[in-house]
Design a binder for this molecule. Structure first.
Ligand SMILES: NC(=O)c1ccc[n+]([C@@H]2O[C@H](COP(=O)([O-])OP(=O)(O)OC[C@H]3O[C@@H](n4cnc5c(N)ncnc54)[C@H](O)[C@@H]3O)[C@@H](O)[C@H]2O)c1
Ligand SMILES: O=c1ccn([C@@H]2O[C@H](COP(=O)(O)OP(=O)(O)O[C@H]3O[C@H](CO)[C@@H](O)[C@H](O)[C@H]3O)[C@@H](O)[C@H]2O)c(=O)[nH]1
Length: 432
């Protein structure tokens, strides 16, 4: 089956390569000519485990091409929309301009019977508006939200835990086209939920709202633990043993960042206000506030541990990506904390296995270095992204490099007894 994927970022490039790897003939289209040139040469424009191999193999097989020309989408039966929906510059809402311009550019090449498939995360009500523009061409719209996690994007795309088809006019055609697209996952008994547009759009944003809520819940418990002497990690272990609660997404620390959770909960609030039901998700304001307070906590704790003044003190920041196994620094707690400490006068040296390039583009004045450069003569060390490269550090080796062995484990990810045994002053978040 021939497919087009419009927008080749973290979502679209992986989707295009994964669909080509299961035998579809895929063209990925993006307005960013540099990205398209890289992709066409078989190189991933960002770090995502497994993506380079998938791209290389799919391009070599002839199943995958990339283009900046929307005319190349002609002849595809399904056109996936995977462009960005970032937070608006002037508010909380999602900026839908890329979705609309992608649909504008695609429409001349859409044939009757084609299915345009929305994958971008959008405010509820968007699909209905887009369908009104697509249906007159004799084509149909499906809303097929994506749940992949960065760092596991290839695996999640090839083996999703569920498929959601939001359908409207032309529902039968949309379902049969999507079934053909996802035949491998469906053959593996992946559950499929068919719903209307509004439900499928809401499934996506409510899933992210729930995940954000779970993280902020445990971070709120961390705040309580910090004033009572409780240990939030043990608390999470204990409540997580209740199958109704579950241990996943109960890792307290510097909180959530990235290109999804923060902007999605804000856009959800904005959309609910527009719909006159702002009160229903007003709690997300608190979820956001708890999350951002964790960053303040690390800045304040660093200052306290450096006797109230960070000026001229060397701070080693381990981690810049919003999570391990990604180079994505969008709304990254680590970049935020590093920048704030640098702005307060600290001599910050930040390191990351993959994200220095992206962090430097965002914060050109920050100082970046290798792990060894960051640690050497540091007055304090902050672990802000739990890459294996950092959680596996030998604490005795690190102690031999720093000036003062003080560490804030912003992800509660280190084997803390080993660090304490190696004579580090260890500070977790929400634990002693
Ligand atoms: N990143 C994820 O893990 C993930 C997972 C699920 C859903 N999503 C959603 O998917 C969407 C894309 O996210 P992303 O992280 O891939 O963003 P991204 O910024 O990495 O990629 C977006 C791409 O769209 C391209 N683009 C912009 N306007 C275009 C146009 N008119 N025509 C063609 N291409 C255009 C950009 O050049 C860019 O390459 C968002 O709505 C996001 O919320 C992302
Ligand atoms: O217990 C936890 C789990 C995660 N995080 C943080 O939460 C953020 C988001 O993590 P994760 O959800 O794993 O990463 P994303 O790749 O942003 O994926 C989320 O956002 C995507 C885009 O919408 C969705 O597709 C995914 O299902 C959803 O998990 C990261 O900063 C993590 O460090 C925590 O602080 N504690």
């Amino acid at each position: 089956m021939k497919l087009s994927v419009i927008g080749c970022g973290y979502l679209g490039a992986v989707h295009a390569a994964a669909m080509a790897s299961i035998g579809h003939s895929v063209v990925g289209i993006d307005v960013d000519a540099d990205k398209i040139a890289l992709l066409n040469s078989g190189r991933a424009p960002f770090f995502e485990p497994g993506l380079s191999d998938l791209l290389e193999a799919a391009i070599a097989s002839g199943n995958l091409t990339f283009s900046t020309d929307f005319a190349d989408a002609a002849g595809a039966e399904a056109h996936f929309i995977a462009v960005g929906t970032p937070q608006s510059k002037d508010g909380l809402s999602a900026d839908l301009r890329y979705v609309h311009s992608a649909v504008d550019a695609l429409l001349p090449y859409v044939a009757p019977g084609d299915v345009v498939v929305g994958k971008s995360t959008v405010p509820v009500g968007t699909a209905e508006v887009l369908a009104e523009r697509i249906n007159p061409a004799g084509a149909f719209l499906a809303w097929n939200p994506e749940f992949l996690r960065e760092g596991f994007a290839v695996e999640d795309t090839l083996r999703p835990d569920r498929l959601v088809y939001g359908v409207g006019e032309g529902a039968e055609r949309a379902e049969s086209v999507l079934d053909a697209v996802y035949h491998v996952a469906l053959d593996a008994q992946t559950p499929k939920i068919i719903a209307g547009y509004a439900t499928s759009e809401l499934v996506k944003v409510s899933a992210n709202a729930f995940l954000a809520t779970k993280i902020s819940f445990i971070n709120a418990m961390a705040e309580i633990a910090e004033v009572t002497g409780a240990d939030v990690v043990k608390l999470a272990d204990a409540i997580g043993m209740d199958a109704r609660i579950g241990r996943r997404f109960l890792n307290a620390g510097v909180g959530f960042g990235g290109g999804c959770l923060p902007k999605d909960i804000r856009a959800f609030r904005a959309r609910a206000e527009e719909l006159g039901v702002g009160h229903s998700v007003r709690f997300l304001e608190e979820i956001d506030a708890i999350n951002l307070r964790r960053r303040d906590r690390v800045v304040d704790l660093t200052t306290t541990l450096l006797d109230g003044d960070v000026t001229g003190r060397k701070v080693a920041v381990l981690g810049l990506a919003f999570k391990p196994n990604s180079d994505d620094v969008r709304d990254s707690p680590a970049v935020d904390i590093a920048s704030r400490l640098a702005a307060l006068g600290a001599d910050v040296v930040a390191t990351d296995p993959e994200a220095i390039g992206n962090a430097r583009r965002r914060e050109p004045d920050l100082v970046f270095g290798t792990l060894e450069e960051a640690l050497t003569d540091a007055d304090i060390v902050l672990l802000l992204t739990e890459w294996k490269d950092f959680t596996g550090i030998d604490p005795a080796w690190a102690a031999s490099l720093v000036k003062t062995p003080i560490i804030i484990d912003g992800r509660n990810a280190l084997p803390h007894t080993e660090w304490i045994d190696a004579l580090w002053e260890y500070h977790g978040l929400g634990r002693r």
